[in-house]
Design a protein around this ligand. Sequence first.
Ligand SMILES: [Zn+2]
Length: 391
Amino acid sequence: MSEEHISRYDMITVDDLNKLKEFKCDSAPVLSLYLDVTPPERANKKHITKFKRLVREARERMSNASREYLSAFQEEAGRLQRWLEVGYDETGRGLAVFSCSAEGLWEAFRLPAPLRDRLAVDDRPYIRPLVTLADEYERYAVLLIDKKMARMFLVYMGEIAEYSEVIGKDVSRPTTIQQSRPSGRKDRGAKPGTDETYLVQHVKRVISALEEFYPNQECDRLIIGGTDEAISELRNRLPKSLARQLVAEISISLKAHPDEVLRRTLEIEQQIEREVEAGRLSMLLRAAGEGKGGILGLEPTLRAIFQGRVRMLIVEEGYRKPGLECPNCSYLTTAEATHCPACETPLEAIPDVVERAIEAALDQKAQIEVLRGETKAEMAEQGHIGALLRY
Ligand SMILES: [Zn+2]
């Protein structure tokens, strides 16, 4: 991808993650940048100052690298810095950028949540934090419909994409029902040639497009919008599997700008997430209070993760804590120790045990719930982190 293209952000797709997972470059450095760009972190261009510090620190870690490699690194870092200065539009709460000029890699993602500042330099992109964040968000299919047209959108991690090819132009000009019905038969329910028959056929086609789109894009929730008449016809004909995923209906013009569709979807998403967060936190507090199936606080949670007992990890957004990790068995702790209590290997200091805990929990197929709304303050009072246990 060329540099002209880099002020645009793409929605993170399954394909993007796979492409990054497979990418490797043996001759030149691959840079992976994560930056917290919440407004206070952007004030007075602080994000650029942070980036320069990350570059210096990365440079210090590369004392054994060849001169060619170091100069390629400086050039790559310069490219990233130029983008931060002129390409980045200073929106979003987090950034993830992957860059390797030698192999033509450039991917910039604007993230709805901040991740810890970091610049990784390796022969592959470092995608773990991005994968972890992506796992937490739901994919919303948004279908707008009136009696003649339909538009399909995907909203994911604060970004929107429109899929015009899904509905296709022919859907906006439905053929009449008489043409498709076998001759001699009469359908008593339909009034041939009226708007209603157009509408019914139009809705059926849109539903079949949706039935294909929804699983292909790995959607989790459905929103429908448009005019009342078309929405009601669609709702009545929606297959049960999709009806179960329907979370909201919105009244909106079919000519709405994608930004407007995004804004309305994010409002619904926030509302749902707030309810989910509140429900999960109260489940955790009840379980921990009864001493059955739930624990609160960092050390008990780290122990439960090490034992593979975590079903759902619940953590306050932004909670970080330096600590120790066992390089042999991945034991994590914030207690003072020199050797691993599990295998006696010398422990290594790491900047954030919470991030490692989340990664380990994901490896155990645990669900992760990051509390971002009003529940955040309550979680902070309850020890910042906790878990619902499998046993
Ligand atoms: Zn160990």
